[in-house]
Design a binder for this molecule. Structure first.
Ligand SMILES: Cc1cc2nc3c(=O)[nH]c(=O)nc-3n(C[C@H](O)[C@H](O)[C@H](O)COP(=O)(O)O)c2cc1C
Length: 246
């Protein structure tokens, strides 16, 4: 297996970082990996806001609901959906942008932000750094918008904390591959047994790493999805100028 594939197979989120800065050229190569990624219609509707200031990282850790690893890691990169740039382009072309009034903008922006996030993580891990993606910034998007001085038609979708690993994490097992890779058509009938199998696997994993509070996948997923756990996303997005086909 080549080195890139090995890095990808070894993915785990790291939540313990050394107090050690990332050299500028290393960080730049990680950022470039996202910059060079593909985007829908070449719209490039993603921007990164790189935060190294300790006070600002501490604030992001609070906004994300108390996640100390954000303050600990020397770099936090916010991945921002950006229809502000594209609107400037449309105006330059003498046209009016309307895509941001549709949920399609969120589909495009979220896919492109996900690609950027993935590339950031792989590049960082290939450079010997640890990473943890952070969706927790959507807990209070308006606070992030204010903190990062984001203009209208932008939205902080996700972020990633990057740094040198202090205490490494164990690889977390996934749902059985057959629940993920479907051949030709979606294989719904097989799912209940595969989910039950994974609930057992994950319970054993939590026991093995001494996490008595770890839940089986079904219960953990239900804990989140029995509610809209970040209810501020829609109002904050509307305040930024996004519509949802309404
Ligand atoms: C989009 C996204 C958002 C995430 N948000 C957070 C977060 O806010 N805090 C956190 O500690 N982990 C976060 N995670 C990490 C997941 O919990 C983690 O990827 C998952 O449990 C699998 O574990 P692993 O990454 O170690 O394999 C996020 C992951 C993704 C992909």
């Amino acid at each position: 297996m080549n080195e890139t594939l090995q890095v990808m197979q070894q993915h785990r989120s790291v939540r313990s970082y050394q107090d050690k800065p990332i050299p500028a050229e290393v960080l730049d190569s990680v950022l470039d990996a996202a910059w060079k990624g593909p985007t829908s219609i070449n719209g490039q509707q993603v921007s990164l806001v790189v935060v190294t200031d300790p006070a600002r990282r501490k604030r992001i850790a609070e906004i994300a609901g108390g996640q100390p690893w954000i303050a600990q890691a020397p770099v936090f990169v916010a991945v921002v959906m950006d229809f502000h740039k594209t609107e400037l382009g449309a105006r330059e072309a003498g046209e009016e942008q309307v895509i941001h009034n549709s949920v399609e903008a969120f589909a495009v922006g979220a896919v492109d932000a996900g690609i950027a996030l993935g590339r950031l993580m792989i590049a960082a891990q290939a450079a010997g750094l640890g990473v943890v993606p952070i969706g927790g910034i959507r807990r209070d998007p308006q606070a992030m918008i204010t903190l990062l001085e984001l203009p209208s038609l932008t939205f902080p979708l996700v972020g990633v904390a990057i740094g040198y690993t202090d205490q490494d994490s164990e690889l977390k097992p996934r749902l059985p591959r057959a629940s993920f890779v479907h051949r030709e058509t979606y294989q719904a009938d097989a799912l209940p047994a595969l989910i039950a199998e994974y609930d057992r696997t994950l319970t054993q994993y939590w026991q093995a790493i001494g996490r008595g509070d770890g839940l089986p996948w079904s219960a953990n997923t239900a804990k989140f999805y029995q509610q809209v756990y970040f209810p501020q996303v829609a109002p904050a997005a509307r305040a930024q100028g996004f519509g949802f086909d309404l």
